[in-house]
Ligand binder design. Structure first.
Ligand code: FES
Length: 236
């Protein structure tokens, strides 16, 4: 039987099931935690580290999206230390890619851009790397611009877990990490892609987009996921 636990999040008395994460319980109590890789309906992977929280008695910062709640836990989600870490993480994401918002299809609707604004990132203190990454526009309806990819792996997970196609995957390590289709074949030549567009809808930035969209024109709707996940639960 799943037990209910009580804990404190930002001085608010909270209750949650022991199989829930800190992020889930925080959201249920109206507490927002910055995040890029977590998305309701997908398995959390703790990839972006933006949701790091302080937990009393633990020296390390822990990701709220993958850490389970426990009885008596005391959690801080918005200390100066956390805000500093989050700003630095956002700065590193900007420096690592080519995020030129003024020429991006999701300008004004981008989760990375929103977080940067919310966290007060108005300049980057580390050198830009200006990587040269080729755009894959071989698909008839969609395109991938890896210059804007933050490696959140939402596309990989939605394709594997929800669509069941497993077209997307990650290759390489460190600075060379990239999302790829099939065995690194052009997206348009993929044998597994069903052209469902789920990957495009859950991508938090302009890395995946529909062809024919002008600057600031692309609106994404990831809300289908929670509905799909809930209806599958009901059907069990
Ligand atoms: S949202 Fe938790 S690590 Fe990305």
């Amino acid at each position: 039987m799943t037990r209910v636990v009580t804990l404190k999040i930002d001085d608010i008395d909270a209750t949650g099931r022991e199989d829930e994460t800190v992020l889930e319980v925080a959201l249920e109590h109206g507490i927002q935690i910055p995040r890029l890789c977590a998305l309701e309906g997908l398995t959390p992977v703790g990839a972006c580290r933006l949701c790091l929280v302080e937990i009393e008695g633990t020296g390390r910062l822990l990701p709220a999206c993958t850490t389970r709640v426990a009885e008596g836990m005391v959690v801080k989600t918005n200390s100066e230390r956390l805000r500093k870490y989050r700003r630095m993480t956002i700065e590193m994401l900007f420096a690592e890619g080519n995020h030129v918002c003024s020429v991006c299809v999701v300008n004004g609707r981008c989760e990375l851009q929103d977080l940067a604004v919310r966290l007060g990132v108005d300049h980057i203190r580390i050198p830009y790397l200006y990587p040269k990454r080729a755009v894959d526009a071989s698909h008839e309806r969609f395109a991938l611009d890896p210059n804007r990819c933050v490696l959140c792996t939402r596309c990989v997970r939605v394709c594997g877990e929800i669509e069941g196609a497993h077209t997307w995957d990650l290759m390489s390590r460190g600075i060379d990490s990239a999302v790829i289709t099939d065995l690194h074949t052009p997206w348009g030549e993929s044998d597994t892609c069903t052209t469902c567009g789920k990957c495009v809808q859950v991508c938090p930035t302009g890395a995946l987009f529909e062809k024919g969209m002008a600057v600031g024109e692309m609106t994404k709707r990831a809300s289908f996921l929670a509905t799909l996940a809930a209806s599958r639960e009901d059907g069990r």
